[in-house]
Design a binder for this molecule. Structure first.
Ligand code: B12
Length: 210
């Protein structure tokens, strides 16, 4: 029988098929789906996040690890009972209007998913009004806003303002990120937090929920 430890190692190594096989073996052996997720699949992504932050792993490896994690999630998620499937929290994430960069946003989304959050990725080039719509429709705990261009940073402020004007600002925590964004800028535009990478974004999201 496979062990949780092997799942962790296979996630870190980005072994997509092996993670699916090991997960199936654990399920067949009667291991609890929730344990497989929190200890094995999310456990593996936790290590990946820490190594990425320490520059011991790089973007392509993180993306493959996330794919491996998903291959296991696809097997265990349908087995969760209603009570068990409650997520760590819900996040709406997108890249602002005028900005087509999404590699970093996707990475942050995957890390958050790996940490057990339900992530609603609304994509790239998203006008402020669409962020507002997504918040009204999905009632998330957190909104994540990404921008990679200095010219699209003002759209982050517009998005925060649009959420305020729509009366939904107080329902959510707002985190912002992207290469030109800083903690000072986040404070300036009235966001609740800034994270420089997916691992820190996950820690921040956990803090928001706690
Ligand atoms: C890949 C890339 C592109 C690709 C994007 C493909 C894609 N699907 O994303 C393409 C070719 C489309 C592109 C186009 C352009 N690009 Co470009 N691009 C890049 C490049 C090389 C890498 C960006 C990247 O993916 N980095 C890797 C990821 C992992 O890092 P990241 O995005 O910073 O994300 C991390 C953090 O920032 C953070 N984060 C990101 N989002 C969020 C969100 C939240 C909520 C949180 C908490 C954290 C967070 O966590 C992430 C993970 O660690 C950068 C240069 C660079 N080195 O950054 C230029 C760069 C961003 N691009 C630039 C430019 C100028 C352009 C163009 C205008 C070029 C042109 N003249 O056409 C166009 C603009 C198109 C548009 N309207 O958006 C400039 C921006 C300069 C500036 N200061 O504004 C850069 C810096 C290149 C340069 N040195 O000139 N680009």
């Amino acid at each position: 029988m496979s062990e949780i430890k092997e799942v962790i190692e296979a996630v870190i190594a980005g072994e997509v098929e092996k993670v699916a096989e090991l997960t199936q073996e654990l399920v067949d052996a009667g291991e609890k789906p929730q344990e497989i997720i929190s200890q094995g699949l999310v456990g593996g992504m936790d290590v990946v996040g820490k190594r990425f932050k320490a520059n011991e792993m790089f973007v392509p490896e993180v993306l493959i690890a996330a794919k491996a994690m998903h291959s296991g999630m696809d097997i265990v998620k349908p087995l969760l009972t209603d009570g068990e499937s409650s997520s760590a929290g819900t996040i709406v994430i997108g890249t602002v209007e005028g900005d087509l960069h999404d590699i970093g946003k996707n990475l942050v989304a995957m890390m958050l998913e790996g940490a057990g959050f339900e992530v609603i990725d609304i994509g790239i080039d998203i006008p402020a009004a669409e962020f507002v719509e997504a918040v009204k429709e999905n009632q998330p705990d957190i909104v994540g806003i990404s921008a990679l261009l200095t010219t699209t940073m003002p759209a982050m402020e517009e998005t925060v303002q649009a959420l305020e004007e729509a009366g939904v600002r107080e329902q959510v925590k707002i985190m912002v990120g992207g290469a030109p964004v800083s903690k000072d800028f986040a404070d300036e535009i009235g966001a609740d937090g800034y994270a420089p990478d997916g691992s820190t974004a996950t820690d921040l999201a956990r803090e928001f929920i706690a």
